[in-house]
Design a protein around this ligand. Structure first.
Ligand code: PEP
Length: 247
C-alpha cells in the first residue's frame, strides 16, 4: 500500500512561516518521484494560504480537528465542511493533545469522524497509550478501547487512516521499539476487521511519535506501518522531505 507521510504543524508559526514551509515543500515536490503520499496539517488560520501555496502540487492539506456537527452556535469550532471548502482532504482527530487538553472522549472523536466522512474528508483517528498505561502493561487494552470507541463502524477502508501515537513518544525524542510498533499495529489491524470488515487491510495505519530522518526508514519498514504522522520534524522542510524519501 502507498504510504502516507503526514505533517502535523500543531500551533506553530505565523503567516511567513506557513508560506515559506509550504513553498519549500512544493519546490521539492516538483518533478520528484516519491513512493508515498504527502499531507500537511497547518493551523486553521493558514489553511487557505497553504492551500494556495501548494496549488498544482500533489501535497494534500488537512485540518487538525473538526466539530461533530455542521454550521451552528459553536464559538471557536470549525465544521468539517469548512475544512473541505478551503481545500482539505484529511483531518486529524483525537490527537492525544486534544484528548488531554480538551478532555475529548472516544465518543466525541467517533462523532467527529462521522462528520468528517459526511463532509468528504478522510479522518486520521489517533490512538495511543500514556507512559503510565504502558508501564502498567495496559497498552493493548487502551488501544482496543480507543479504536473500538473512536472509529465509526462501517467506514470505507480506503477513506480511513488510523495513527498509533504512544503519548510518551510525542515530542520527547523517544520512539517505540520496532517490536512494539509491530505488535500494536497488528492489533489495530485485527480490531479493524471488526469495524470495517473485509477491507481492513486497506486502512492505512500510521506510526507517530518522534519520527525523524534518522529513524524513519526503520519504523516505516515494519509490518503494518503504512506511513507516519510527524510533528516536530514536519516544521523543517528538509527533515520532512527526508522522512518522505525514507518511505
Ligand atoms: C504528533 O504530535 O503527532 C507527533 C508525532 O509529534 P512528534 O513527531 O513531534 O513527536
Amino acid at each position: 500500500m502507498r504510504a502516507l507521510i503526514a505533517g502535523n504543524w500543531k500551533m506553530n508559526g505565523l503567516t511567513e512561516d506557513a508560506r515559506s514551509l509550504a513553498g519549500a515543500l512544493k519546490a521539492r515536490a516538483e518533478g520528484a518521484q516519491l513512493a508515498c503520499d504527502l499531507l500537511v496539517c497547518p493551523p486553521f488560520p493558514y489553511l487557505a494560504l497553504v492551500a494556495q501555496a501548494l496549488a498544482g502540487s500533489r501535497i494534500a492539506i488537512g485540518g487538525q480537528d473538526c466539530h461533530s456537527t455542521g454550521n451552528g452556535a459553536h464559538t471557536g469550532d470549525t465544521a468539517a465542511a469548512m475544512l473541505r471548502d478551503v481545500g482539505c482532504s484529511y483531518v486529524i482527530l483525537g490527537h492525544s493533545e486534544r484528548r488531554s487538553n480538551h478532555q475529548e472522549t472516544d465518543a466525541q472523536v467517533r462523532a467527529k469522524a462521522e462528520a468528517a466522512m459526511t463532509a468528504g474528508l478522510v479522518p486520521i483517528v489517533c490512538v495511543g497509550e500514556t507512559e503510565k498505561e504502558r508501564n502498567a502493561d495496559q497498552t493493548l487494552a487502551v488501544i482496543a478501547r480507543q479504536v473500538k470507541g473512536s472509529i465509526p463502524v462501517g467506514m470505507e477502508a480506503a477513506r480511513l487512516v488510523v495513527a498509533y501515537e504512544p503519548v510518551w513518544a510525542i515530542g520527547t525524542g523517544r520512539t517505540a521499539t520496532p517490536a512494539d510498533v509491530v505488535k500494536v499495529h497488528a492489533e489495530i489491524r485485527r480490531l479493524l476487521v471488526g469495524l470495517v470488515g473485509e477491507g481492513a487491510e486497506k486502512v492505512r495505519i500510521l506510526y507517530g511519535g518522534s519520527v525523524k530522518p534518522d529513524n524513519a526508514r526503520e519504523l516505516l519498514s515494519q509490518a503494518n506501518v503504512d506511513g507516519a504522522l510527524v510533528g516536530g520534524a514536519s516544521l523543517d522542510a528538509e527533515a520532512f522531505w527526508a522522512i518522505a524519501e525514507s518511505a
